[in-house]
Design a binder for this molecule. Structure first.
Ligand code: B12
Ligand code: SF4
Length: 588
């Protein structure tokens, strides 16, 4: 049961927002403002809804509270703008969703608020806040409480207590500071009936959703897996309840239907950790979801995430008819000892079969990788890079190769590495200001990853500049396509350089062998400088035919069909050859 937070009437989207009409007697227009601070990353943030905040907001709303979401990550808002926004939105509670990479930005906002004399209750939630609750409350005096685990019930209770003046310090699922000591109250049971929850509040995302025709949906929570690097299981285990909970297929289809009919959504990304879930019942629900989508003629395409062992050819073929276009699976590594360390519960061959099946069905075979970890050797990393090259760089071409194990507080691998004495500290920084740092067992690996990081940053800067020039708002489709192709070529070049670094380390007997990256990176920069020079001369805008070398790739402009058109038009106009300045020069 869901402890009476929402009515048992058929859930649907609720109209939230500030109190309308008379606000007599109310000091605030809102009870809770929910914030997702911007994260530290290159380029523009991925435009994905924060469904956690969406559920918190709609559940508050269903319980008669007023909530608003400020997603600074999604809207790319700096901390100063968020502080201003919050100051203009007085509320009883400000609740922040903490991620490993928005810690600094969140701190800046809460400090900014307090510096301006803002006294509202500040609470944090999410995986990172949950597992670092004590450390954060000890280090950040601006924060009043932390919500542990699933947030709907504790936050509604907190908002109610703060509105009525009741004592909130003993509420289940809260970590609080009292008499100089931090203490955690046990969490309430997990929401057992996900169908009783209202649909998430998507107000901040509607415009983008309508423009792009894409939305994210959550059809289940949790996962039956027990991977050592993952904190999902530990997070859900804080509360009594099953490891995997699913909504009914018809309820999920209702939400999709609303998105399609009301907002013109045509593509759905399922954010579930594992959409197929437990055994036969899980598979049957997935079949049912496909049937509902087809029966209602929703005409969507969709992607989801699951484990390789749950990929069933008949089910996938059927879901393809319903619009399935791709599946993400956690391949993690092609090295058996890595899979054992990660407690993936899968063999390399199962993952290979999974990838092969997705390829055979022509489904986008997107996979997550952790090619390196504290115990990895250069030879093992090389194995992973070679396999990655064989199957294609995947949907994270910029990072798949450079990834390495991220150790999250609360994950089983954290205690394993702590026991092995491999966890280290960052001087001058609290442990929660990033993933937990560790040292590598193999003497060459620290240097290998330093070089990898350098390449990763260099490629990110190059691509950012390239896109700023050629994929900006006033650029035509050919220029954008070129920017995409050139970015892929930069990723490919960075991959090649990293592979060379790893090869060198794998060949060396003992000491880490350093590959001189500086001249190689300088060459790559020169190659891109030629593109920028031609862009400044206006050659892109004039559709001059050009071929640029980036690493070992050749990238052409404009794309072939347009080249043909340009040639035909030139011929028809009697120019004979390409127009002036349009020589197809290979810029080596
Ligand atoms: C979809 C997804 C994304 C999307 C969207 C993220 C988003 N803004 O929600 C994208 C691709 C952008 C993304 C990015 C990242 N993600 Co992500 N992501 C997920 C995924 C698969 C689903 C999220 C989701 O919808 N969950 C369902 C909703 C209902 O849960 P929820 O968001 O956690 O919210 C609930 C509670 O956490 C809590 N809660 C959350 N915030 C708050 C705030 C308050 C005030 C309160 C009271 C409660 C509360 O209450 C909510 C309702 O129950 C999760 C895995 C998971 N199952 O959660 C990983 C996960 C959350 N991501 C993770 C990580 C590490 C990241 C990145 C840091 C990755 C990176 N290196 O760039 C970034 C951070 C981005 C950011 N700052 O917004 C980790 C977090 C681990 C950890 N211990 O910190 C997870 C758990 C995956 C994992 N197994 O490691 N992610
Ligand atoms: S299969 Fe994915 S979601 Fe499940 S425990 Fe492993 S990493 Fe976490």
């Amino acid at each position: 049961m869901f402890h009476g937070l929402v009515s048992t009437a058929k859930p649907k989207t609720r109209e939230c927002g500030p109190l309308r009409g008379s606000t007599a007697g109310a000091r605030f227009l809102h009870d809770v403002i929910l914030v997702n601070a911007r994260c530290r990353k290159f380029g523009k943030p991925g435009k994905i809804e924060h469904l956690g905040l969406g559920y918190l907001s709609s559940t508050l709303c269903a319980a008669g509270r007023r909530a608003e979401i400020v997603d600074a990550h999604f809207h790319d808002l700096p901390s100063e703008a968020v502080v201003e926004r919050l100051e203009a939105l007085p509320s009883r509670v400000a609740g922040f969703s903490l991620f490993v990479n928005n810690v600094e930005e969140t701190r800046r906002i809460v400090r900014g608020l307090r510096a301006g004399g803002d006294r509202r209750h500040i609470t944090l939630g999410g995986h990172h806040a949950t597992f670092n609750s004590r450390e954060i409350l000890e280090a950040w005096p601006e924060v009043d409480s932390i919500v542990l685990g699933e947030g709907e019930q504790p936050l509604v209770a907190l908002a109610r207590c703060l509105a009525s003046g009741e004592d909130w310090t003993r509420l289940p699922g809260l970590c609080v500071r009292g008499r100089g000591q931090v203490s955690s109250n046990p969490c309430p049971p997990l929401v057992s009936d996900l169908d009783a929850l209202p649909f998430p509040d998507r107000r901040p995302y509607l415009e983008h959703m309508r423009e792009e025709g894409t939305a994210t949906i959550l059809s289940s929570r949790g996962c039956y897996g027990a991977c050592s690097f993952c904190s999902i299981r530990a997070f859900h285990r804080l509360s009594p309840g099953p490891a995997w909970r699913a909504r009914r297929a018809s309820g999920v289809a209702d939400e999709i239907e609303e998105l399609v009919r009301r907002h013109g959504v045509r593509h759905i990304e399922f954010a579930d950790d594992n959409l197929i879930g437990y055994g036969r019942a899980g598979r049957e629900r997935a079949w049912e979801l496909g049937r509902e989508i087809l029966r209602r003629k929703l005409a969507i395409t969709f992607f989801f995430i699951c484990r390789a062992n749950d990929l069933n050819p008949d089910l996938l073929r059927f879901l393809q008819e319903a619009g399935l276009r791709g599946v993400d699976i956690g391949v993690e590594s092609w090295v058996p000892s890595h899979l054992r360390l990660y407690r993936k519960g899968l063999h390399v061959d199962q993952n290979r079969r999974g990838v092969a099946l997705l390829k055979e069905l022509k489904l986008a075979n997107r996979f997550y990788l952790i090619p390196s970890n504290p115990y990895a050797t250069p030879a093992e990393l090389l194995t992973n890079l070679e396999e990655l090259e064989r199957v294609g760089l995947g949907h994270f071409p910029e990072s798949a190769a450079f990834n390495r194990l991220t150790v999250f507080k609360g994950s089983p691998i954290e205690s394993q590495l702590r026991k092995a004495g491999l966890l280290t500290t960052r001087r001058g920084r609290a442990s929660f200001e990033g993933p937990l740092p560790y040292r590598f067992v193999h003497p060459a690996m620290a240097e290998v990853h330093r070089q990898g990081e350098r390449l990763y940053l260099a490629q990110a800067r190059l691509v950012e500049r390239l896109r700023a020039r050629l994929a900006g708002p006033n650029r035509n489709t050919c220029e954008r396509q070129f920017a995409d192709a050139a970015s892929q070529a930069v990723y490919r070049a960075a991959f090649d350089l990293f592979k060379a670094v790893v090869q060198r380390a794998a060949q060396a007997e003992r000491a880490p062998a350093v590959l001189g990256l500086a001249p190689r990176l300088a060459r790559l920069r020169r190659q891109l400088a030629r593109i920028h020079a031609r862009e400044r001369r206006g050659d892109f805008a004039r559709f001059a035919t050009m071929t640029f070398r980036i690493g070992r790739s050749a990238v052409r402009y404009p794309p072939n069909p347009v080249r043909r058109l340009v040639a035909e038009a030139s011929q028809a106009m009697g120019i004979g050859a390409a127009p002036a300045g349009a020589r197809d020069v290979v810029e080596a």
